[in-house]
Ligand binder design. Structure first.
Ligand SMILES: Cc1ncc(COP(=O)(O)O)c(C=O)c1O
Length: 455
């Protein structure tokens, strides 16, 4: 009763405020003259000179407009305010599409590379301690929190022949994603050719295209041997090429394999940006912290992008990551060190997945590193004829079908391929195995029941 009474007074007041603001807006727009491009990029509440709370007013009106009228407005606006050319054709995204499908709690999610195992206890404890320190809840140095860049330089000096300047040769970013973005925006020009190894992490291609460059694709070999990396290094040096090395899975290599950093090869440091990720290092993907390491003549361009985009990363997370790194830096040869214990734990899970997939007649490609396993699912000979979008690659249809009918999700491998190689990989799907045993048990139950039905 009380609420409805109040609304009687609020209604005219809202209209009044709205018309005042529209009047003000019109006056502001007129003084801005003919600069529609400029206006297009400014937040509406700023143009109108309204406070943020007042920006909710148009929503009130919209609520009372007929649906048809609203749709008409939106259609006109979407024709007027088209996407910037640099993002043309880049709107589909495998994570958005498949994460939504796997969000159903009844689905066992082996899709996105999202650990459901617990991160190390000391990592979580560091973060909770830090939240209580006032100063660490405020902005920090834009290019990387001082204690974090120091810890990173100390860690990576163990692998590089040279000392790493924490302030000039390291940049902390919003995940490895941020490092990729900064490196591509800061160092790649319109018209440049960028060699991308296929299958690739899906954002490489759109990021390269956003920079106006041209991706050129070449096929993959899994964990590169020293000799193979030397061939790549020789080619980089011969053709005076910049190297962006995404090494987010640097610690996750399995028995019989070793991770080599291409930046440590002779003649490569000066031309290489090496990218790492806290999410992958400590199984905390939600922290979205990453880093780029390289010579200062390259890092300074990534810094320029960062200072003009996100400016800085979350302080408490950076401090907690620094403290966690110190714990493991001091015990790198110890089996307890997470850099050693996580690959051991994952190797058991990898082997379990290999046996499971083989037991139902699939031929998984056994990974030497990382936490994904891919398998040719066409051998299951699944009837996908009722899948709606017949233009999609086989693996897209298969994963959608499997998520819906078997309550198991994965990621289609052709999402990591360019248009020309999609066909080559469309029979493969990717399962993530950085999962609790109970999650893998549930996946096993589904796969085994499915194979019993089939054979
Ligand atoms: C190869 C590769 N690079 C980069 C990233 C992004 O890492 P982050 O979550 O730190 O942004 C991922 C995440 O899955 C990845 O697999």
């Amino acid at each position: 009763m009380f609420n409805s009474d109040i609304s009687i007074y609020l209604l005219p007041l809202k209209f009044f405020l709205l018309s005042c603001s529209m009047f003000l807006a019109r006056a502001r727009l007129c003084t801005l003259g003919s600069r529609p491009k400029f206006l297009k990029t400014i937040c509406a509440s700023k143009i109108l000179g309204l406070s943020t709370s007042a920006a909710t007013l148009p929503r009130y009106l919209v609520k009372h407009q007929s649906r048809l009228f609203r749709e008409d407005i939106f259609q006109k606006m979407s024709l007027k305010f088209k996407n910037a050319k640099r993002i043309e054709g880049l709107d589909s995204n495998v994570w958005i599409e498949f994460t939504k499908l796997a969000a159903d709690p009844s689905v066992v999610n082996l899709g996105q590379g999202l650990p459901d195992i617990s991160p190390p206890v000391y990592v979580k404890e560091e973060l909770s301690k830090i939240a209580a320190i006032d100063s660490l809840n405020q902005y920090t140095r834009g290019f990387g929190h001082p204690s974090l860049v120091k810890a990173l330089s100390c860690l990576y000096e163990k692998f590089y022949q040279n000392q790493i300047n924490p302030n000039k040769e390291i940049l902390v970013t919003v995940g490895a994603y941020g490092s990729l973005f900064n490196a591509i925006q800061g160092l790649i020009d319109e018209g440049d050719e960028v060699i991308v190894i296929v299958p690739f992490y899906d954002c490489y291609e759109p990021m390269v295209r956003m920079a106006g460059a041209i991706p050129v694709f070449i096929p993959l070999r899994s964990v590169y041997t020293k000799e193979e990396l030397q061939v790549i290094a020789d080619l980089c040096i011969k053709y005076d090429t910049l190297c962006i090395s995404d090494e987010v899975y640097e610690w996750l290599v399995y028995t019989g394999n070793k991770h080599f950093k291409i930046a440590t090869f002779p003649g490569m440091w000066e031309r290489t940006i090496t990218i790492g990720s806290a999410g992958k290092t400590f199984s905390v993907t939600g922290w979205k912290l990453g880093w780029s390491i390289g010579p200062k003549h390259l890092i300074k361009h990534l810094q320029t992008v960062q200072q003009n985009t996100v400016y800085t990363c979350a302080t408490p997370l950076q401090e907690a990551l620094a403290q966690a790194l110190w714990i493991d830096i001091k015990r790198m040869d110890d089996p307890e060190c997470y850099f050693n214990s996580l690959p051991k734990e994952l190797e058991v899970k990898r082997n379990r997945m290999v046996h499971l997939l083989e037991s139902v007649g699939l031929k998984p490609i056994v990974p030497d590193g990382g936490y994904f396993i891919i398998a040719d699912v066409s051998l299951l000979d699944t009837d996908l004829s009722d899948m709606k979008n017949s233009n999609e690659p086989y693996d897209y249809k298969f994963v959608k079908w499997m998520t819906k009918n078997k309550k198991l999700s994965a990621i289609p491998v052709s999402a990591f391929c360019n248009a020309e190689t999609k066909l080559q990989f469309e029979k493969f799907v990717r399962f993530c195995f950085i999962k609790k045993d109970s999650t893998l048990d549930a996946a096993e139950e589904i796969i085994k029941a499915w194979s019993r039905q089939k054979f």
